[in-house]
Design a protein around this ligand. Structure first.
Ligand code: AMP
Ligand code: MG
Length: 320
């Protein structure tokens, strides 16, 4: 069993010795390893059963640290980081010889993020290397938003879980590519497209619907629950039974009894809804259910990231 605690010194000691530690962030829990130790990073791929072509994000506590590791800090990056970092925004930048191929999946670019969680920021400040830290779940499953979620799936495979409570954002970071002339949005997450455009004063390109998978997080069939899931607009194509449940935003639908419905935010707050999404999916997954019906969320701000995760979860049934 993995030990759960708040001991940063213990976490550092394990990481220094090429072991994995689960760490809290504001988005989801990460499965962390010393990014400069190939043996340690390989353990991440093994434990998650993650395909090797799926690159990892580097985490540290300041842009200055990243500069020490050869990352070039442009004015554009600085401006974005002044506004959004620490926070749920990941920057894809030109890589360099100091960054191992196992991190970048052999690409010429590398992704970096400064997570906004006090415990993890304190840990990162103690380390003389960045952490590679994908979400702490088996590949293709729903990301964990509490230490208990990590324990439920990885307990036998890792020695320590740093417990920082429940994640406040609850969906993964937004990823933007800064390697081209125009900023490109690769993954929707905790920071909305509108917020980024407001910060830099120009439109950014939306690559989310592209077939060309630049960010493997863009692959469909991700975030899947084990029960089939459909959107409400497909309701005429399914059979509703006593074992049908719904994920709803703030109000109950009339096609199911109230007991079969989970509201993500009674106050109609999209941030609260995002924070409750993955734990609700996990709750439903543990129940005797034959079908989950999901409401489509308002397509503004983090609502688009919620719809994106639900789409990936429903796409499992559509394509299989
Ligand atoms: P996660 O598994 O949530 O930590 O997300 C890692 C994701 O970051 C990957 O699946 C990619 O989508 C993205 N990513 C990491 N490195 C790069 C890179 N060099 N270029 C483009 N996307 C990247
Ligand atoms: Mg993940």
């Amino acid at each position: 069993m993995a030990e759960i605690g708040v001991d940063i010194t213990k976490a550092k000691l394990l990481l220094d010795n090429a072991e994995l530690v689960a760490i809290p962030t504001e988005t989801v829990y990460g499965l962390a390893a010393n990014a400069f130790n190939v043996e340690a990073v390989l353990k991440i791929y093994e434990v998650k059963n993650r395909p090797k072509f799926n690159p990892l994000i580097l985490h540290s506590n300041s842009l200055e640290r990243f500069a020490e590791w050869g990352i070039v800090i442009t004015d554009q990056l600085k401006k974005l980081a002044d506004t959004f970092s620490p926070g749920p925004l990941t920057y894809v930048l030109p890589s360099n010889a100091a960054i191992p191929d196992i991190i970048t999946a052999g690409q010429l670019s590398v992704a970096i993020r400064i997570p906004n969680h006090p415990l993890t920021l304190a840990l990162l400040a103690e380390l003389d290397y960045p952490l590679a830290a994908p979400s702490a779940n088996p590949s293709e499953y729903v990301s964990p938003t509490s230490a208990e979620h990590v324990q439920a799936q990885l307990s036998e495979k890792i020695p320590y879980i740093l417990d920082g409570g429940v994640c406040t954002v609850g969906v993964e970071s937004t990823i933007i590519d800064l390697t081209q002339n125009k900023i490109r949005l690769l993954r929707l997450g905790g920071i909305s497209k509108e917020e980024i455009e407001l910060c830099i004063g120009e439109e950014i390109e939306d690559l989310l619907i592209s077939d060309n998978v630049i960010a493997p997080g863009m692959m469909k069939r991700h975030y899947a629950t084990s029960h089939p899931m459909v959107f409400e607009e497909q309701i005429s194509t399914v059979n509703i039974s006593p074992y049908t449940y719904a994920i709803r935003f703030q109000t109950y639908a009339d096609y199911l009894p109230k007991e079969n419905q989970f509201l993500l935010s009674e106050n109609g707050n999209l941030n609260e809804a995002a924070a409750n999404l993955f734990s609700t999916m996990r709750k439903l997954d543990a129940m005797q259910i034959d079908l989950i019906i999901a409401e489509r969320f308002p397509a503004i701000g983090i609502g688009r990231a919620i719809n994106d995760r639900l789409e990936r979860a429903t796409s499992k049934n559509l394509h299989s």
